[in-house]
Write a protein that binds this ligand. Structure first.
Ligand SMILES: NC(=O)c1ccc[n+]([C@@H]2O[C@H](COP(=O)([O-])OP(=O)(O)OC[C@H]3O[C@@H](n4cnc5c(N)ncnc54)[C@H](O)[C@@H]3O)[C@@H](O)[C@H]2O)c1
Length: 314
């Protein structure tokens, strides 16, 4: 049985949907953290909640009850996605990010150290590369300069997982996701926020002069990478999961304008603390070890996102 934390969220709900389609037995847990609306998360869950191979439990990863649950059901695989996500909000509430991301992860490690788990799969983030100037980012690069509390918590988790792997031989695969987008993307994330503003005929807020760039990864490619990782346990490995293609913020807005067919009013603001100028993944290791091969170019992914947005909200 596979246990997925954060199953009601954006990536978790897609992963569960896919695991169930592929015939796995899945237990999903989530505490409906109020970072964004419970209604959205309930809707995500409703897609697969009635599947007989799925069981949902509302529980907090930081709780003793969750530790007891893990010890009780001893899942063969734990995919740990639950977290406080997002760079900018972490600057306003660093204590909560530390508590959920680090203490929550430690709580899981404390449980799984005591039985022979087959695979521990963790969601890290490209944000650990911080202000690194060498591009594209490789798993071998030093990541000692996080520029947000969120990034620092993900790096702390990577270190804690390494330590538990060392002490208790927990097979661990850690994935640094590069900005994930697609249907059900978190409502505060850039592409979702921009498309909402465009269809509401509101100005799109842009931070910086538009020259910052991102490696955007479509959700189905991330899920492919995770599935492959679930099926190929490692001793301890870190993998970049990105698209290995970058687009500038201005280029992204031009693309959204083209795909929506709505003229965009751009509103410029100063570059934000905690943000980085560029993300770009070197995915050669994931290609080699996980046969990871992203299939959805940004043009196609944006079309799919906009189609989903229209079906959902217009
Ligand atoms: N979306 C991205 O672009 C991206 C990029 C890099 C890394 N990640 C990581 O991927 C993971 C999933 O991200 P997402 O975009 O799906 O976020 P999300 O917020 O949609 O999903 C996270 C889920 O975790 C749950 N959760 C939060 N705190 C919890 C707690 N204490 N106990 C139990 N559940 C809790 C939330 O309710 C939510 O449903 C996170 O670890 C995030 O840091 C995401």
């Amino acid at each position: 049985m596979i246990l997925v934390t954060g199953c009601a969220g954006f990536i978790g709900s897609h992963l569960c949907e896919r695991l169930l389609k592929e015939g796995f037995q899945v237990t999903g847990i989530d505490n409906f953290d109020p970072f964004y609306s419970r209604d959205i998360k309930n809707k995500n869950l409703s897609i697969f909640n009635s599947d007989k191979s799925f069981q949902f439990i509302e529980i907090d990863i930081r709780s003793a009850e969750f530790r007891d649950l893990l010890l009780d059901i001893k899942p063969e695989v734990v995919v740990h996605l639950a977290a406080m996500a997002g760079v900018r909000p972490s600057i306003d509430d660093p204590r909560k990010y530390l508590d959920v991301n680090v203490h929550g992860t430690l709580n899981i490690l404390e449980a799984i150290k005591s039985y022979s788990i087959e695979n521990f799969v963790f969601a890290s983030s490209s944000s650990v590369y911080g202000g690194n100037v060498k591009i594209p980012y490789s798993e071998e690069d030093r990541v000692d300069n996080p520029v947000s509390p969120y990034a620092a918590t993900k790096k702390m988790c990577e270190l804690m997982i390494y330590n538990y792997h060392h002490l208790y031989s927990i097979p661990s695969s850690l994935h640094r996701f590069f900005t994930v987008y697609g249907p059900r993307q978190r409502p505060e994330m850039a592409i979702h926020k921009f498309v909402r503003a465009i269809y509401n005929h509101e100005p799109v807020p842009l931070f910086g002069d538009g020259s910052s760039s991102r490696d955007y990864t479509f959700i189905s490619d991330i899920v492919d990478g995770l599935i492959s990782s679930i099926q190929k346990p490692q001793s301890y490995e870190i993998f970049n999961l990105g698209n290995s293609y970058t687009i500038t913020l201005s280029g992204l807005i031009d693309l959204l304008e083209k795909v929506t067919g709505v003229p965009v009013k751009r509103e410029y603001y100063p570059f934000q603390p905690g943000d980085v100028m560029k993300t770009w993944s070197d995915i050669s290791k994931s290609k080699k070890m996980l046969s990871y091969d992203p299939q959805v170019p940004i043009e196609k992914g944006i079309e799919k996102f906009v189609q989903w947005y229209r079906d959902e909200f217009l």
